[in-house]
Ligand binder design. Structure first.
Ligand code: NDP
Length: 503
């Protein structure tokens, strides 16, 4: 910080002689209406809060670099990936999902993993989570689902009944529910988790050929989680544990890094894959679609102003660059609308001009005016297109290849067609392949602890419905949870008179 003396001024720049005593009629008052400094301070203070994000409200961010370490030019013509050694600046924002801006970092929740790559072809946002899947596969269900993660309308408390009621009625949630209820639902810090683009995107190469892609960011710090009990203790001890951990690590020069990898699927493979490759509740098995190294992301700079650079950061999956495309993933398609819409509500129509969101390279278009237009508004240049005065061109070389549609039928009722309604195979894999014995014990413990919070007249109905899902994913898993909840499991295993033990 500079030692140079600066004059105290009003927001309009008028130097002012003091900042503690309001002008008054005599030393004991009353106050004079003309003390504009008082009005300015009070009025600005009243307007300090902007709407918090409806999801991912509590977050932490850091700047850093992304460096390309491997050649993937056969898949993409994105300039960023055109040469090994290419680098760009990044902003990475981590977050919890359901809690408010003041909630604890160690809540059981997915963690947001949103990266903004400031590339010469525009800002590319990859807005994912620390899980490769999500709770729903159609955006029409999203707001209903999120309501169950927020507060009960009457008690204003979080409600296990709401959550498990929704999940039990939406078997497609099971995969993500298991991930959430495992110890990965309570990561030790933001440095110790993987990030996933989660959606299927596409890559387009110089020959205009498309492949589908999943993005993975593997933590080089190693996965480290809290147990349920440790997370609960940390909630009381330091609700900002993950924020503090991130700032302290970067401040001491211990820069966290992630290796970016991709899985690639050809259009032909996508047609033949036994699961819907665009279903956000499913993964692509590593053995069939191996991880391919791409680059390294390093965080090395703590933003010097949280509000300006993290609270005002606006990520949107719609922000892609040449060589990267969308996919038919229904959740992605929904988010293409909802994220920019949320930013326009929260930050205003000109949110892309806020310095942290601004593309550091050329931006040329005919959008003008609107609240908080702060970039000169295009000056005297034409504000319409086409025109005879400027030389801005729409370059056809950026055109994406056409997409072959699988169906020309607008049929929204057939969403659980064969192959679409298998909500159990992959959750079963998660239980048997991904978890070790300790993980399984903790998963079962965490589910039982959470489901014991289900209450009210529908309690048994909800529990039984959810148990059916666990049984269908894995019998041992279902049995262990049923026993822990003290449920009579003979109903699930006709002809097997097993007496459940009370937990
Ligand atoms: P593999 O059998 O090849 O490997 C399992 C993967 O699960 C690991 O590579 C690891 O991925 C992840 N994993 C390991 N331990 C845990 C844990 N305690 N909690 C959560 N995830 C863990 O995987 P498949 O590709 O055949 O998929 C099997 C199951 O693994 C899936 O159904 C899914 O539930 C889970 N999984 C799969 C991922 C994928 O993209 N294929 C990614 C993450 C989980 P990672 O290093 O990415 O954490």
């Amino acid at each position: 910080m500079s030692n140079e003396t600066k004059k105290l001024t009003t927001a309009s720049g008028r130097p002012y002689f003091e900042n503690e005593n309001t002008q008054s009629a005599g030393p004991r008052g009353p106050l004079l209406l003309q003390d504009y400094i008082l009005h300015e301070k009070m009025a600005h203070f009243n307007r300090e809060r902007i709407p918090e994000r409806v999801v991912h409200a509590k977050g932490s961010g850091a700047f850093g670099t992304f460096t390309v370490t491997h050649d993937i030019t056969k898949y993409t013509k994105a300039k960023l990936f055109s040469k090994i050694g290419n680098q760009c600046q990044v902003l990475l924002r981590f977050s919890t999902v359901g809690g408010e801006k003041g909630s604890a970092d160690t809540e059981r929740d997915p963690r947001g993993f949103a990266v903004k790559f400031y590339t010469e072809d525009g800002n590319w946002d990859l807005v994912g989570n620390n899980t490769p899947v999500f709770f729903v596969k159609d955006p029409k269900k999203f707001s209903d689902f999120i309501h169950t993660q927020k507060r009960d309308p009457r008690t204003n408390c979080k409600s296990a009944t709401m959550m498990w009621d929704f999940w039990s009625l939406n078997p497609e949630s099971l995969h993500q529910v298991l991930l959430l209820m495992s110890d990965r639902g309570t990561p030790f810090s933001y440095r110790h988790l993987n990030g996933y683009g989660s959606h299927t995107f596409s890559l387009i190469n110089a020959d205009n050929e498309r492949v589908y892609v999943k993005f993975h960011f593997k933590t080089q710090q190693g996965i480290k989680n809290f147990t349920d009990q440790e997370a609960g203790e940390m909630r009381g001890k330091d609700p900002d544990h993950a924020q503090r951990d991130l700032v302290e690590a970067i401040d001491r020069g211990d820069f966290p890094r992630w290796t970016m990898k991709i899985q690639v699927m050809t259009e032909q493979q996508a047609r033949e894959f036994r699961f819907n490759p665009f279903d956000l509740t499913k993964i692509w098995p590593h053995a069939e679609y191996p991880l391919i190294d791409v680059g390294v992301l390093e965080l090395n700079e703590v933003p010097n102003n949280y509000f300006a650079q993290v609270e005002q950061a606006a990520f949107a999956p719609a922000h892609i660059v040449d060589g990267i495309g969308y996919s038919p993933d229904k959740m992605l398609q929904g988010r293409l609308l909802s994220y920019p819409d949320a930013h326009r509500y929260r930050l205003g129509a000109n949110y892309e001009q806020i310095p942290v969101n601004r593309c550091p390279f050329a931006v040329n278009n005919y959008q003008r005016d609107g609240a908080m237009r702060v970039d000169g508004n295009g000056g005297s240049a034409p504000n319409y297109w086409p025109n005879s005065f400027d030389n801005i061109v729409a370059d056809p070389s950026y055109k994406e290849p056409g997409l072959t549609l699988e169906s020309t039928l607008a049929d929204w009722y057939d969403r659980n067609a064969p192959g679409e309604d298998d909500h159990y195979t992959q959750p079963g894999w998660f239980y048997t392949k991904a978890l070790n014995d300790t993980d399984r014990v903790n998963l079962i413990h965490n589910i039982i602890a959470s489901m014991k919070g289900i209450e009210g007249p529908k309690k048994d109905e909800i529990i039984n419905r959810q148990l059916c899902h666990f049984f269908r994913a894995n019998i041992q898993l279902g049995l262990a949870i049923a026993q822990g909840l003290g449920t009579d499991i003979s109903a699930f295993m006709p002809g097997t008179p097993v007496q459940a033990t009370k937990a």
